[in-house]
Design a protein around this ligand. Structure first.
Ligand code: HEM
Length: 188
């Protein structure tokens, strides 16, 4: 939501896609998982959000079992290794305009966050990858799609999109330092 409020063009496009696809279905229609599958731009927005703001930026630490060499670095057995998924997802050698929120990059791309594409691993990868991925993604998609479908969102009086803070608190999982306060305007 923070990224969309900072990028009004993306916000407009994703809301148009959802509202066009679902139509006006009365006062209290709630999108279900089937309806979400027909929303390619929305899906791309979710991926781009996971890319720029992975909720567990350093994944869960590993301990190496044997001596190995990685890009010239010798890693001794029993070394604690952190995988910086946040930095990988912002690496300018991998991602064009890596710091910018550009959901379109995923429209004609097979890259997914399920642990096969190592440039995008918000749920980790391998045997200790997140077992809750399906529930995590479904929760994100259902919550966000419904907020976008049912309401238009405005910033409080006097606030500009440049004022929106993306800073986070320290910790294993990401939490915003300052809450995003928005005014919902009923669309339906
Ligand atoms: C958007 C939601 C979520 C994100 C981004 C997320 C992300 C992650 C990440 C990055 C890891 C570490 C993977 C690794 O180091 O390779 C992890 C582990 C784990 N996650 Fe999630 N997770 C989410 C939701 C959930 C949910 C809904 C559940 C349970 C219902 C869950 C249960 C777990 C468990 C049990 C582990 C530890 C797995 C292990 O060490 O073998 N996660 N998650």
């Amino acid at each position: 939501m923070t990224a969309l409020m900072k990028n009004p063009k993306a916000m407009k496009q994703v809301q148009e896609e959802i509202r066009k696809s679902v139509g006006k279905k009365g006062d209290i229609h709630i999108l279900n998982e089937d309806e979400i599958q027909n929303l390619p731009y929305f899906k791309a927005v979710i991926k781009e959000s996971f890319r720029l703001y992975p909720p567990v930026p350093l994944l869960v630490p590993r301990e190496s079992m044997e001596k190995s060499t990685l890009e010239g670095y010798e890693i001794q057995p029993r070394t604690i290794v952190h995988v910086n998924a946040w930095a990988i997802a912002r690496d300018p050698e991998i991602w064009e305009n890596s710091e910018e929120f550009i959901s379109e990059r995923f429209l004609n791309s097979d890259i997914n966050f399920k642990g096969q594409d190592f440039e995008l691993i918000p749920f980790g990868a391998g045997r200790r990858g997140c077992p809750g991925i399906a529930l995590g993604v479904a929760s994100m998609e259902l919550a966000l799609s419904n907020l976008l479908y049912a309401f238009d969102w405005e910033l409080p009086c006097g606030m500009n999109k440049e004022d929106i803070d993306t800073n986070v608190k320290p910790g294993i999982t990401i939490h915003k330092k300052n809450d995003l306060c928005l005014i919902p305007k009923k669309y339906l």
